[in-house]
Each structure stands twice: as structure tokens, then as C-alpha cells.
Design a protein around this ligand. Structure first.
Ligand SMILES: [Zn+2]
Length: 219
């Protein structure tokens, strides 16, 4: 005896519902804890002082907006020829993967903070990955810019750095030290707060003309 049309329809609907539930379950399993740029927080401005006294924080989340714990976060500076990273010291809060890339790990809140020790600036070129997924995908997050108190990239913050930052345009992201989206007098003033700062790994900067200042600070 053939099932009546209403039963056939009911079975078809049931099969469709089961298929959707199965696919949804698979998709959920696939997306669980996978970093997703849509829900993650990746500030476009990375402010830096070679003395590691400026923090930068990313928050990594999955598609369901859950924080991703223990995610490996990689910063790739290979597109930044004017930057140089300071040699690591015991207090450095990230690891080197290569001369131009570093990594750190998120906590239970999906958050990872670094205090980058580096000289030099970089416009729209830093890539950030989380567990291998590109966060700076240029759709949801642009490539990150570095605004450094050490504008010249010699690993010291000196008066010439003030000269360099003052000469930059209002829209130059490498001069936006306070990361408010614009370069203005506040950024120039902020640079002065970091005057005479240098890489912690540079113990004996004898060749620098700021040696006197540095020596006093180092005692
Ligand atoms: Zn500083």
C-alpha cells in the first residue's frame, strides 16, 4: 500500500530537517574555537616605543563570538622594511619566530597583549594571524600600521624623532601615536613623553650622541 501524499510530504520535511540539523552540527563543530576576523578585535593602530612601555591588545573570538583560549597569535612585520625589532630581554612578552615575526598566546578571555620593543614605523603592512587564520584580512580588519615614538628607526627616541613626526600629515597613520585616527599636536606631545627611551637590550649605546642622557637613565 502506497503512503498517502501527506505522509510523503511529512517524510520529506523530516529528512530535510534532519539534514539541516546534521549540517548545522557539523558546521558548529568545525567553527568551534576557530578564530574568526568578523568577531575578533584587531586595532588598526599599533603604537610603539622601543622601551616597551606601550601596550597593544587583540581579542580573538570564534564565529559564535566565544573567546578563543590559548590561540597562537603571530605578528608578521615582513612588510615593514623601516622597522627593526629590539633584541629580546627576559621581560619581553612575546617570542621571536624570525627576525621579522613574533608570537604570543591568548588567555581565557581570548585576549593577548604585547609591549612591542622596536624602532621605526610602518604604514598598513603588519599582518596578524591567530592559529594560522589571517585576522587582518583587509575586509573586516585592515593591515595594521605602526606609529613609533622612535620615528627614525634607530632604536632611540631623540629630538630628531620629534622633527620627523611634526613634519607628517594629519592622515599619516605612522604619526598617530595615540591611535585616535588623526595625527595632531597631541601625538607630537606624546612623543616627548618617550624622549630618551631606547631598547632595553641596548646596554652600552656609546656611539649615540644621547649617551649622557642614556647613561643617567641607566644608573
Ligand atoms: Zn617609551
Amino acid at each position: 500500500m502506497r503512503p498517502c501524499p501527506s505522509h510523503r510530504i511529512a517524510r520529506a520535511v523530516l529528512r530535510a530537517v534532519l539534514s539541516i540539523l546534521m549540517l548545522t552540527g557539523l558546521a558548529h563543530a568545525a567553527n568551534a574555537s576557530v578564530p574568526n576576523p568578523v568577531t575578533s578585535t584587531i586595532p588598526p593602530c599599533l603604537a610603539v616605543c622601543p622601551q616597551a612601555d606601550i601596550a597593544y591588545t587583540v581579542v580573538i573570538r570564534d564565529l559564535a563570538n566565544n573567546p578563543v583560549n590559548s590561540a597562537n597569535v603571530v605578528f608578521d612585520f615582513s612588510g615593514c622594511p623601516n622597522m627593526q625589532l629590539c633584541a629580546p630581554v627576559p621581560s619581553t612578552d612575546y617570542q621571536f619566530l624570525s627576525p621579522t615575526s613574533i608570537s604570543t598566546t591568548t588567555n581565557a578571555a581570548g585576549s593577548a597583549t604585547i609591549h612591542l620593543e622596536a624602532g621605526g614605523c610602518c604604514a598598513n603592512a603588519v599582518k596578524i594571524y591567530a592559529n594560522g587564520v589571517l585576522m587582518t584580512d583587509t575586509i573586516y580588519h585592515p593591515l595594521v600600521s605602526v606609529a613609533n615614538a622612535d620615528q627614525s628607526g634607530d632604536l632611540f627616541v631623540q629630538p630628531n624623532d620629534e622633527t620627523l613626526i611634526v613634519a607628517k600629515s594629519a592622515s599619516d597613520p605612522t604619526a598617530d601615536l595615540n591611535c585616535d585616527g588623526t595625527h595632531d599636536a597631541a601625538d607630537n606631545a606624546l612623543l616627548l613623553d618617550h624622549l630618551s627611551h631606547f631598547c632595553k637590550s641596548l646596554i652600552d649605546p656609546v656611539e649615540k650622541h644621547t649617551w649622557g642622557q642614556v647613561k643617567i637613565r641607566y644608573r
